[in-house]
Ligand binder design. Sequence first.
Ligand SMILES: Nc1ncnc2c1ncn2[C@@H]1O[C@H](COP(=O)(O)OP(=O)(O)OP(=O)(O)O)[C@@H](O)[C@H]1O
Ligand SMILES: Nc1ncnc2c1ncn2[C@@H]1O[C@H](COP(=O)(O)OP(=O)(O)OP(=O)(O)O)[C@@H](O)[C@H]1O
Lengths: 219, 219
Amino acid sequence: RQQFLVIGLGVFGETIATELTRLGNEVLGVDRDERQVDRLAESITHAVVADVTDERTLKELNVEHYDAAVVAIGRDVEASILATMQLCAMGIEEVWAKALSPQHHRILAKLGANRIVHPEYEMGLRVAQALNYPMVNNYMDLGNDEFLVELIATERLDNRQMHEIIDGAGADVNILLLRRQDKCYQRPKFTPEDMVIASGDHIILQGKRSELQKIAREL
Amino acid sequence: RQQFLVIGLGVFGETIATELTRLGNEVLGVDRDERQVDRLAESITHAVVADVTDERTLKELNVEHYDAAVVAIGRDVEASILATMQLCAMGIEEVWAKALSPQHHRILAKLGANRIVHPEYEMGLRVAQALNYPMVNNYMDLGNDEFLVELIATERLDNRQMHEIIDGAGADVNILLLRRQDKCYQRPKFTPEDMVIASGDHIILQGKRSELQKIAREL
Ligand SMILES: Nc1ncnc2c1ncn2[C@@H]1O[C@H](COP(=O)(O)OP(=O)(O)OP(=O)(O)O)[C@@H](O)[C@H]1O
Ligand SMILES: Nc1ncnc2c1ncn2[C@@H]1O[C@H](COP(=O)(O)OP(=O)(O)OP(=O)(O)O)[C@@H](O)[C@H]1O
């Protein structure tokens, strides 16, 4: 059970605050707008109306020992910067902040924010990938140019074999998992018979981006 | 090479339009704000200044045959609804739209939007999960309550064995992959010696949410 501070209770901040509370943590939410605070009074541990551009606000909340703080203020860049500055100076271990531009990001990074989130940008990338590769339902960037990709097979792949598609493209890609209805099949349980694809199968592949792209045309 | 229409060139729309262009597609971007259009003139195929609340706008753009359209207007709910309505009526195969509230979502769904994105809400969930489980760097919802989880091992897991942690918790969870520096290890190549964890290892686990939660306390 951890203690979290969330400043700014717009959609982003509210989601974080209510989800962390639902997961069993203690959450203090702060917003200068009374309506946001009232709306969340029942769904988070504590919610207070306060303006974080006033230095006394954060001092009076006694949050130095909190496990993490999130600055979920977007449009008021100055307020976001002042809050981030003060929280980092207080020594809170993890200070995360939302940024709306590369410039905003650079300032927050300089001030010591441990992680900076760009919701519109990060979701925009995911949407572009999903539109570009319609069969790719989801993906995970593992770093080092390695990716996990979740395909949802369409009729186009019906009765074909994933091994055949991968070898045919000369791609150095691994099949990690197949989920068909409520069963998950993990190697080495795969056999060529198992690997005849059925429309609707969820197939998890892993490999370097350039290798995954070799089979992209097939998809 | 596909053809895409992106209406609204704020951060979300701009990201989608520029990323799709970078991936080799033809992208038409539309915004009523000239500054947004000018800023993107060099990074997307075409960018035009137009107001989509005027019914003639979309008619004159001849986009009926496009592969997909994205309505990336958030705050002006009416404009978002009018554009979505018209694009669905035109018969475009895939119409995706951004929504800022559950109510907005319901209206867009009723009008026939194929996918509705809530950037602030979806990123908020990810941030809450990351803060709640600090060792979980990323996760993928596979549906059917199955999840892939990427852990980044901290010193706490140094020299321990993943099998021992999983069995100790009685968790029905599979180890799909270990990434250590620039090498990926996939079962069945794992041996107990390999599975001694080193701080910094990226470990991909798969299982039902309730099973993964059994090892959450260890992390
Ligand atoms: N100085 C401040 N002190 C406290 N709260 C603030 C301050 N400035 C802004 N906020 C609050 O932060 C919240 C988020 O602000 P933002 O400008 O990012 O709005 P938003 O775009 O509606 O948010 P979201 O995108 O998360 O829905 C608002 O509810 C606002 O009242
Ligand atoms: N009727 C319209 N016709 C064309 N473009 C529009 C219309 N209404 C709004 N837009 C454009 O849509 C874009 C996104 O609008 P939104 O209100 O979501 O702003 P935003 O919050 O800054 O966007 P983002 O969150 O993507 O950065 C703006 O650039 C705006 O000019």
